[in-house]
Structure formats: structure tokens, C-alpha cells
Design a protein around this ligand. Structure first.
Ligand code: 6R9
Length: 652
């Protein structure tokens, strides 16, 4: 670990607001406090009971094979079909007419797809894939906008045992081809394009360009979404012909619990992307259980909406596999939150009576910036659980979310997990936990997460350090595709016998967990390790600040100086007095050690498509360097706009 801090993380921020669930919520909750005790008494028996949520064609012999750590096998000897668990069994139980997906296209087109219709389409797609020569074990790359066919493609792959690798519809030809190549994919499923920010964007030309250097791909299956003109090659097949013309009879075959289900590439900050491999039985068990427990899903009455893209792990686990294994009715939205107006999300919540909403802190902070009056125009009273994922949620944003979206009464669950963990690991349980703004709080039942120091010793309450996972969990990554050594080096080499997540964290005085950002981002100021998250949260707690990103820039005196990039709420201009006030506000909230050397007002921040701030690029600006690799940015022109629009104040 090149950037390993030499001392434990300073614990600066304190929070004493708590929000217990209402007695009515607790009474009706899917999971009670007893789950923690059951799991603590016998962790494997607990997971075995959760695996019974699914239909298995053949029972397992062993719950966990950990004979060759860190290569885990869960439910060994067991067999199941993931797609049959998400579809066939619901239809067989008489739920075929239940809406699985309320699709809302960005241009305003809508479709309601029932479980029976979804199953019909997935069976046709499975037959079409088989006709195209795809067999169990073959890899299929999916490059699609947020349309129901993306879920159909994933479930059809799962049905025939062909691992899918979904690549974000926003990625470039180079990013796409390196992922296709690494997976050795045989088929690509894409769309002509999709709709975003009021315009049709093209996907097919990017696939054509990517395939110039991908010899493994034999065919391309193309869904028509926008109807735009596309070049047509010999290898291209129209989805409407192949799937539309295929039989809707298809008997799902069982696969081994450890059969690969999907590969999902995480960009990482450096080096080539890592293909995170997930398998079937353990993954589906934890995705299904956590969706049931953390969101308290009542499939008969709830309308669930996860706003993530399907190309992100959140879309895999909490749009496709978790919700569908639970028979949920959900909303799927194709576009952006400000098209055609900034109230689009709330209009959708009102229209469908959404009861459970799962979104990202970056979106919440953007809504704060747009103003309280936007959501106030809509009826959001159907909402009963709110979730957050992707980054630490600042206490201020958490409270705003509960107040202005949740009517001041809904539980807010801050869910920590990773592509690698496959499913939620740390989160409040909405009917059990008294929630605390900004804290992900406790590992879920059956999950063993801790915070340790340099030596791998657990830190006491009130201390900070590195987030680790002590025991294997069902939806854990099995390896990095094609690179076991990198799997060992990246996650298992830092602390003996523990998985290292790469995140910094602290335990507060109650033992609740606070995520403090990636350890690579932690700043070392005058001998103190300070987390970017705490300084950002302090800035966001100032009434004029909507969003902040903080980096440590080399400083001849202090080692690193804190440089803050700030987006203001409803104003774009600042003054020297205002900048001084922001710096003083941080010093007052966290102590003088955390006072930023410099505050720079910006209109936007560099983010990945899943909304994570790319601090590495801001560090380049703060240190006046050439800006590094921007290929995973959602909008790769943002850096030049930030550079040309700099407005800031510096300590003399
Ligand atoms: C699901 C997902 C994983 C990284 C993770 C951490 C950050 C995610 C968070 C959070 C604080 C939360 N992260 N959820 N940090 N609080 N609730 O985001 O997967 O894209 O692989 O990112 O995201 O740094 O290590 P992925």
C-alpha cells in the first residue's frame, strides 16, 4: 500500500442525532433484532436458512467450503437456475399478472411488463442466444441503455449459464473493447442507442469501433430503441428478428451453485480494469435476503425504485437479481433527473406511488442544490423507505433526504458495499436500527466487518483505521477473472486472513461504523491522517454549500495541505469573506487541523458514471499538474471547464 497512513485516522466529526423507527414500522418489519442473535449464534446456519428463500433443484452438501482460502465455495453440490428463481417460480405461484417493471423512457414512452411477459421474453431470448451458438460458460457482453431488454438480456444469459459482462452504456470504444477482450466474449448484445438529456445517443457505432480489435466476438445482437440509422455488418443480428422469432418454450436447466453468473469490471484508479467474478447460489442468496431485509420489501404492495444504471453493480443486485428473486414490482427509468425538468424523479414517484427509493448521495446533493421547492410540488407521501449507496452520505444530505423526500418520517438506510462484495454488507435495518445521519452503522446479520489498525488489530470505539471483512460471505467475489494472483494481492495481502476493502472507516463511541472514503484519498496533514469525507461533510453542513470535494495537495510546510472544491447552493459567486467563512466553518466543526488551505468554487465536479467523485483528477489541479487519465469520467470535458473557471481564496 503505497499511500498507507502511518497512524490511525483522526476521528473529527461527531453526530448525536438519532431517529428510531416508528412502532408501526417495527411491528410490520420483515426482519427483527432477533436476526442478529441468530446469525451470531450460528453464522452458517443463518445463511443456510436464507438460501431457503430460493428454489433449488438439488440441495447442497456443504454450506461453505473454505478449505482453500480465500477461494470460497458456497452451497457446494447445490444446483439452481437463477433466472427460474427470478421469474418462473413467481409465474408458477400465480403471480404472472403482477407488474415486474414499470418502464419510463426518457421521452415519456411507458411500458408495464408483467412477470408472465418478462418470462416469455426471457425464454425467447434464451432460445435466440442458443440459436446463435452461445453455450453454458460462454461470455456475453451487454452494452445497453436502461431499457427492459437490458434486464431480459441478463436473465436470458443467466438462464442458459452464459456469464454476462455488462458494460456501462456511457463507456468509450476503448473501454468496451478492453472489457470484451479480457472476458473473451463471444457475443455482444447492444441497442442502436438510447435517450439521455433530451437527445438520442448512439451505442452501435461504439460497438463497431470496439470490435475492430476484438477477434473473439462472432455476432452482435442489436435491440432497436431509438430507430436511428446504424451501419449494418454481416455479424449483426436484429434482436426483434432473433428474439421475436424464437420459441417461447424453454425449460431452465439447473446449474451448480458455483457456476459463474457474471463478470463486472471495476475501473479502479489505476491499471487495467478488474473483472470481478460472481457465481450463482451464494450471490443470489445474499442479494435476495438483503433486498428483503434492508428495504423491508412487501412484494404485494410495494413499488420499488432503484435509480442506478444497470451497468453498475447496484443495477445488477438491486434492479435485477435481488428485487426479481423477491417478486418485486419496480420502476425502471431510462434518463436523467433533470430531463425535461428538475422535478422528473418526484413526478415519477408520484405517478407510480413509489414506496421504496434507492439512490446515490451525489443525486441527493444535486437535489439539494436545485432547491427544496422542487420536490415540494409533488405528492411523495407514498414513500416509506429511502436508501443511499455509492459514497459516504454527509449528515446534512441525509437529513435533507429524510425531511424533503421522506416527509420527515421515513427510515433512511445508508448501505455500504462494493462490486466485490456483490450485495449490501453494512446498513441499518429499517425496522430495528435507530438511524444516525451519515453512518452506515452495523454489519448486517451474518456479516463480519471490522475496523483495524496498521497491524490488523481491531480499533476501539472512537478509533479509525481500515475497513476489513473477517469472515467469508455468500455473495463475495470468487476471483478476478483470469487473474487469481491479482485477486490475492489486491484484497488479501494487506491483513492476515482478512479481506481489505480499500476504504477507511471509524467506529464512533456507540460502535457504529462511519465510512471515510478510499484510503488512497486520505490526507496526511502535519502528522495527522484526515479523511476527505469528514472535511467534505463539514463543508456541506454550511448553509451555502451544496457539494464539496476535498483533496490533499503537497505542501512544503504541513506535508499535505487541504484543498476544497466547492459547489454552492443556488448561487455561483463567492467573495473573499465568504471563502474565509467556509474555511473557518470547517475549523470550528472539526478543529483547526482540518482547516482547508484553500477553497475553490466550481460549478461541477469530475464524477464517474456511478456518481463517485474522482479526487485524483482534482489533486492534479490542486498540485498544478497535467491532468491524468479521464476515460472513466461521465463527462470528460468537465476538467477543462473546472480549470478555466477557477475562483478561489488562499491563505496568505
Ligand atoms: C455499491 C458500490 C464501492 C466503493 C466502496 C466505497 C464506496 C459505496 C458506500 C460507500 C460510503 C456507502 N461506497 N457505498 N462509501 N458509504 N454507503 O458503490 O460499488 O461501485 O464497487 O464502489 O464505493 O468506497 O469501496 P462500487
Amino acid at each position: 500500500m503505497a499511500d498507507t497512513p502511518q497512524e490511525t485516522l483522526a476521528n473529527l466529526l461527531s453526530e448525536d442525532r438519532t431517529f428510531p423507527p416508528s412502532p408501526e414500522f417495527t411491528q410490520a418489519a420483515n426482519v427483527t433484532a432477533a436476526a442478529y442473535d441468530e446469525a451470531a449464534a450460528d453464522r452458517l446456519a443463518f445463511w443456510e436458512a436464507q438460501a431457503r428463500r430460493l428454489d433449488w433443484s438439488k440441495d447442497w452438501d456443504r454450506v461453505l467450503d473454505w478449505d482453500n482460502p480465500p477461494f470460497a465455495k458456497w452451497f457446494t453440490g447445490g444446483e439452481l437456475n437463477v433466472s427460474a428463481n427470478c421469474l418462473d417460480r413467481h409465474v408458477a405461484n400465480g403471480l404472472g399478472d403482477r407488474v415486474a417493471i414499470h418502464f419510463e423512457g426518457e421521452p415519456g414512452d411507458t411500458r408495464a411488463v408483467t412477470y408472465a411477459e418478462l418470462l416469455d421474453e426471457v425464454k425467447r431470448a434464451a432460445n435466440a442466444l442458443t440459436d446463435l451458438g452461445v453455450e453454458a460458460g460462454d461470455r456475453v457482453v451487454i452494452y445497453m441503455p436502461m431499457i427492459p431488454e437490458a434486464a431480459v438480456a441478463m436473465l436470458a444469459c443467466a438462464r442458459i449459464g452464459a456469464p454476462h459482462s455488462v458494460v456501462f452504456g456511457g463507456f468509450s470504444a476503448a473501454a468496451l473493447s478492453s472489457r470484451i477482450d479480457d472476458a473473451g466474449a463471444k457475443l455482444v448484445i447492444c441497442a442502436d442507442g438510447g435517450f439521455r438529456k433530451g437527445k438520442a445517443f448512439a451505442l452501435k457505432p461504439t460497438v463497431d469501433e470496439a470490435l475492430e480489435s476484438c477477434p473473439s466476438v462472432e455476432q452482435v445482437l442489436v435491440v432497436t430503441r431509438t430507430g436511428q440509422e446504424v451501419a449494418w455488418n454481416d455479424r449483426d443480428v436484429k434482436w426483434e428478428d432473433a428474439v421475436g422469432g424464437a420459441s417461447n418454450e424453454h425449460e431452465a436447466q439447473p446449474f451448480d451453485a458455483e457456476h459463474p453468473l457474471f463478470i463486472l469490471y471495476t475501473s479502479g484508479t489505476t491499471g487495467k480494469p478488474k473483472g470481478i467474478l460472481h457465481t450463482s447460489g451464494g450471490y443470489l442468496t445474499q442479494a435476495s435476503f438483503t433486498h428483503h431485509a434492508v428495504f423491508d420489501l412487501k412484494p404485494e404492495t410495494d413499488v420499488y425504485w432503484c435509480t442506478a444504471d444497470i451497468g453498475w453493480v447496484t443495477g445488477h443486485s438491486y434492479i435485477v437479481y435481488g428485487p426479481m428473486s423477491n417478486g418485486a414490482t419496480q420502476v425502471m427509468y431510462e434518463g436523467t433527473p433533470d430531463t425535461p425538468h428538475t422535478g422528473r424523479f418526484w413526478e415519477i414517484v408520484q405517478k407510480y406511488g413509489v414506496t421504496i427509493l434507492y439512490t446515490a448521495p451525489t443525486a441527493i446533493r444535486t437535489f439539494m442544490k436545485w432547491g427544496d421547492d422542487v420536490p415540494a410540488k409533488f405528492d411523495l407521501s407514498s414513500l416509506r423507505v429511502l436508501g443511499s449507496v455509492g459514497e459516504p452520505i454527509n449528515p446534512e444530505a441525509w437529513v435533507w433526504y429524510r425531511e424533503h423526500i421522506g416527509g420527515g418520517s421515513t427510515p433512511v438506510v445508508d448501505t455500504w458495499w462494493q462490486t466485490e462484495t456483490g450485495a449490501i454488507m453494512v446498513s441499518p435495518l429499517p425496522g430495528v436500527t435507530a438511524t444516525k445521519p451519515g453512518s452506515a452503522q452495523r454489519p448486517l446479520p451474518g456479516i463480519s466487518v471490522d475496523v483495524v489498525d496498521e497491524q490488523g488489530e481491531a480499533v476501539p470505539d472512537g478509533g479509525g483505521g481500515f475497513l476489513v471483512i473477517r469472515e467469508p460471505w455468500p455473495s463475495m467475489l470468487r476471483t478476478i477473472w483470469g487473474d487469481d494472483q491479482r485477486f490475492l494481492d489486491t484484497y488479501w495481502a494487506h491483513f492476515d486472513g482478512m479481506y481489505f476493502a480499500g476504504d477507511g472507516a471509524k467506529k464512533d463511541d456507540d460502535g457504529d461504523l462511519w465510512l471515510l472514503g478510499r484510503v488512497d484519498d486520505i490526507m496526511l496533514v502535519s502528522g495527522h491522517n484526515i479523511s476527505t469525507t469528514e472535511v467534505e461533510s463539514a463543508l456541506v453542513s454550511h448553509e451555502t454549500v451544496a457539494e464539496a470535494a476535498v483533496v490533499g495537495a503537497s505542501d512544503p510546510v504541513t506535508g499535505q495541505g487541504i484543498v476544497a472544491f466547492v459547489i454552492l447552493r443556488g448561487q455561483s459567486e463567492s467573495s473573499p469573506e465568504h471563502l474565509a467563512e467556509l474555511r473557518a466553518h470547517v475549523a470550528k466543526t472539526l478543529g483547526a487541523i482540518a482547516k482547508p488551505r484553500q477553497v475553490i468554487i466550481v460549478a461541477e465536479l469530475p464524477k464517474t458514471r456511478s456518481g463517485k467523485i474522482m479526487r485524483r483528477l482534482l489533486r492534479d489541479i490542486a498540485e498544478d499538474r497535467e491532468i491524468g487519465d479521464v476515460t472513466t469520467l461521465a463527462d470528460n470535458t468537465v476538467m477543462s471547464r473546472i480549470k478555466t473557471g477557477l475562483q478561489g481564496g488562499k491563505e496568505d
